[in-house]
Design a protein around this ligand. Structure first.
Ligand code: UD1
Length: 451
């Protein structure tokens, strides 16, 4: 059956104490909203609708960045979760299928859990995702009768007896669109919060003779982020999960707790991660690479057998081919480093291409920026770039060429040529010794005068 995903993201999130809408706070470098949308994408929805309110323009932009096909509807006033879903009524007027409602601030619902809900829909009209809460707090309580869900009671409206129930509502619900909007017509706001509760649809459905049930998941999946402290917890949960998955998939981590992964980090088996690494967005690493300690990577690709670090920085557009070596205190940005090339020490390579087996000496800099424009440096195959070479872009070094140490390259270097561009050295015999004597004498005089 076709499914439409509805992601509620209109809330302000006052407890975040932030100008940013709550769903745009990040876990592992991606907004909470993107995590929720990624979770929802696992059910392969034919439509995805985000309900935006606070900071709607920014929320819409973030939603589109994740899924360009997303539809965004506005909930100008936040009158409750039922009211929020009801904003999709006209968008889904002709939709004949199921609706799954997720919250934009709940990033950890697993695909298996949503699949279990879909399976339960075969036998029930409404399926709600519940969890057994260690501390049920202010969650809505699920009132069961055997396997049948009879009603959801919000904490504020619950009796003492209902509050003793520990089976809680996660907020995720699945039912058919037509039935849902018909039930929502009957939802009022005569309750302790004065809100239109989505949760009321369950009791209303039961009264109409429809069936409802609960699928349960672990509490960690339903963690909603509504404070900075919860954001810290969410990051920790995400990192722990992502590391465990990578290790299970064949990645070696010497100190997993010190590896900070990005939302979309991809790492192949047999890659070794040393301690203290940060992966920003957009990093892919093939099999059998080694990322050595204290390196920072974002927006880059590292091919098989490459060795990066220690203390390396790969910035967006860094593309390392097989068996390349990027060493300590080296920064690579928007540059293709072809197979077997080495940049081992203290260098900046930006807006550049390095040919196969080229070796870049210590302290080399591609001077790519003139203060206004960026320029490219192109270096051919088997080139030997001497230490402390300044490559003033735009500039090209031909295959098999060489630059002498300390050269400032301002003109293209032809294939096979040696570029030598530094001041000529002159040796003055005995001058150093005479100067030392002079200086030592001057110092002795000064010390005597100050005695
Ligand atoms: C809701 C449930 C409660 C459940 C809890 C789980 C209702 C009435 N209650 O509580 O049973 O245990 O979630 O966390 O549904 N939102 C909007 N527009 C609104 C109101 C909310 O978009 O007008 C969004 C929020 O941005 C958030 C989500 O809906 O992403 C949940 O809202 P929140 O206020 O956190 O949940 P409660 O209503 O307290």
């Amino acid at each position: 059956m076709a499914t439409a995903l509805v992601v509620l993201a209109a809330g302000k999130g006052t407890r975040m104490k932030s100008d940013r809408p709550k769903v745009l706070h990040e876990v592992a470098g991606a907004p909470l909203l993107a995590h929720a949308m990624r979770a929802g994408a696992s059910i392969d929805p034919v439509r995805t609708i985000v309900v935006a309110g606070h900071g709607a323009a920014a929320v819409e932009a973030a939603a589109r960045a994740w899924d360009p096909e997303v539809e965004v509807v506005l909930q100008a006033e936040q009158l409750g979760t039922g009211h929020a879903v009801d904003q999709c009524r006209s968008a889904l007027a002709d939709f004949d299928g199921d609706v799954v409602v997720l919250y934009g601030d709940t990033p950890f619902i697993r695909p298996e859990t949503l699949a279990a809900m879909q399976a339960a829909r075969a036998t029930h009209d409404i399926v709600v995702l519940g969890f057994d809460a260690a501390d049920p707090g202010r969650y809505g309580r699920l009132k069961m009768s055997g396997q049948s869900l009879e009603a959801i009671v919000e904490f504020k409206d619950a009796s003492e007896q209902d509050r003793a129930i520990t089976l809680c509502n996660s907020g995720v619900i699945e039912t058919d669109a037509k039935g849902l909007f018909s039930l929502l017509e009957a939802v009022g706001n005569d309750n302790a919060s004065g809100e239109y509760y989505l949760t009321d649809v369950v009791g209303l459905a039961r009264a109409r003779g429809l069936t409802a049930t609960v699928v349960t998941c672990d509490e960690s999946e339903t963690l909603g982020v509504d404070s900075r402290a919860a954001l810290v917890d969410a990051n920790a949960i995400y990192q722990a999960r992502a590391r465990t998955e990578l290790i299970a998939a064949g990645v070696t981590m010497l100190a997993p707790d010190t590896v900070h992964l990005g939302f979309d980090t991809v790492i192949g088996p047999d890659t070794v991660l040393e301690p203290n690494l940060v992966f920003g967005p957009g990093v892919t690493i093939e099999n059998g690479a080694t990322i050595r300690a204290f390196s920072h990577l974002e927006g880059c690709h590292v091919a098989r057998g490459a060795v990066v670090g220690p203390y390396a920085r790969l910035r967006p557009g860094a593309e390392l081919s097989e068996d390349t070596r990027i060493g300590n205190f080296v920064e690579i940005k928007n540059a293709q480093i072809h197979a077997g090339a080495k940049v081992n020490h203290l260098s900046y390579i930006g807006d550049a291409e390095l040919g196969e087996k080229t070796n870049v000496g210590a302290g080399t800099v591609t001077c790519n920026y003139d203060g206004v424009f960026k320029h490219r440096t192109t270096i051919g195959r088997n080139v030997f770039v001497g230490s402390d070479t300044m490559l003033v872009a735009p500039v090209t070094l031909g295959d098999d060429s060489m630059t002498a140490t300390g050269t400032v390259v301002t003109e293209d270097v032809p294939e096979g040529a040696l570029a030598l561009g530094r001041a000529r050295q002159v040796n003055k015999p005995g001058l150093a010794r005479r100067m030392f004597e002079k200086l030592k004498f001057a110092k002795a005089q000064r010390d005597k005068d100050t005695e």
